[in-house]
Write a protein that binds this ligand. Structure first.
Ligand code: SAM
Length: 287
């Protein structure tokens, strides 16, 4: 126990669930107050670098692959032929790197409101930024809500909302009006995927979000779950919403043959991620 007395910790306290998560740190490497949020970078003893935004853990070197792979590959292997992809948020560029692993993708626009997140990622998480200069990538710094409102109708195949929690600049990314903008911008059969928080401690938020997607006019929803140690409860979800069509499985043979050099995602993981526990199924059935 003596290590606990002398070790320095970064601790994120989740007041609503009476819990906290901590990582042992060796130093604070950087911090900046951007016009939108407070960004800090820590060095940890076991998880590499850690990015924290407004006191919430965002990305660590060691485990970010879980989230970034699950935010991109299930949606891209569910869509029959994704060519044009938009990422809203995602300023650490990890999701962008995963999307660009798909050779069939022709363009990816990433719109994060905060340039400082990307500048910090370039400096402290360069491995996430290796594809930033891919000619298919366009990195913009603007409000994702405005970008989707102004997007040309039926011009996008997949929209990935890699956002912060629904507070601060991320708040407007979780409501019906935003989902309607996404629906308009998607081609028929297009897919919206959004990080949808913890099934254990944000179940109401998750069901409200799914309802807002249905109210906006999406035809079908699919919530996938996966481990995510540094986010509240260590258990996370993303939710896929389809325009005009039901979900009828994913391109299993393509996913098996793709050889994308992933550390978490594979065909069996994709299938397993769709299995939902009884309490979650019940909450969705009661919607
Ligand atoms: N994976 C993280 C999580 O779930 O905690 C989130 C990743 S982080 C890269 C999310 C990004 O969303 C931040 O860089 C933030 O600047 C961006 N963001 C928040 N609100 C936004 C908005 N309205 N438009 C565009 N980007 C936004």
């Amino acid at each position: 126990m003596s290590g606990l007395d002398t070790q320095q910790w970064f601790t994120e306290v989740f007041e609503p669930s009476g819990s906290a998560f901590g990582l042992a740190i060796t130093a604070k490497l950087d911090e900046v107050q951007s016009p939108f949020q407070h960004i800090e970078i820590f060095d940890t003893t076991h998880f590499g670098k850690l990015m924290v935004i407004d006191g919430c853990t965002m990305v660590s070197t060691r485990e970010n692959f879980l989230y970034h792979e699950m935010m991109s590959h299930p949606a891209l292997f569910t869509h029959p032929n994704p060519k044009n992809v938009v990422i809203i948020g995602g300023g650490d560029c990890g999701t962008l790197r995963e999307v660009l692993k798909h050779p069939g993708v022709a363009t990816v626009h990433q719109i994060d409101i905060d340039e400082q997140v990307t500048r910090m990622a370039e400096k402290y998480f360069p491995e996430l930024c290796v594809s930033n200069h891919d000619p298919r990538a366009t990195i913009l710094f603007d409000d994702g809500i405005k970008f989707m409102r102004e997007a040309a109708p039926e011009s996008i195949d997949v929209v990935i909302v890699d956002s912060t929690d629904p507070v601060g600049p991320g708040e407007g990314l979780f409501n019906r009006a935003f989902y309607q903008s996404c629906l308009n911008a998607l081609r028929p059969g297009g897919i919206l995927v959004q990080q949808s928080e913890s099934p254990l401690i944000h179940l109401q938020l998750l069901t409200d979000m799914r309802q807002a997607m249905l109210d906006a006019g999406f035809a079908a929803l699919q919530t996938l779950n996966f481990p995510q140690m540094i986010y509240p409860s260590g258990w996370w979800t993303c939710t896929l919403a389809r325009k005009g069509e039901a979900f009828t499985g994913f391109r299993e043979a393509d996913a098996a043959a793709a050889n994308l050099n992933t550390d978490y995602y594979n065909v069996d993981i994709h299938k397993a991620a769709m299995a939902l526990p009884n309490f979650v199924q019940k909450a969705f059935a009661e919607q």
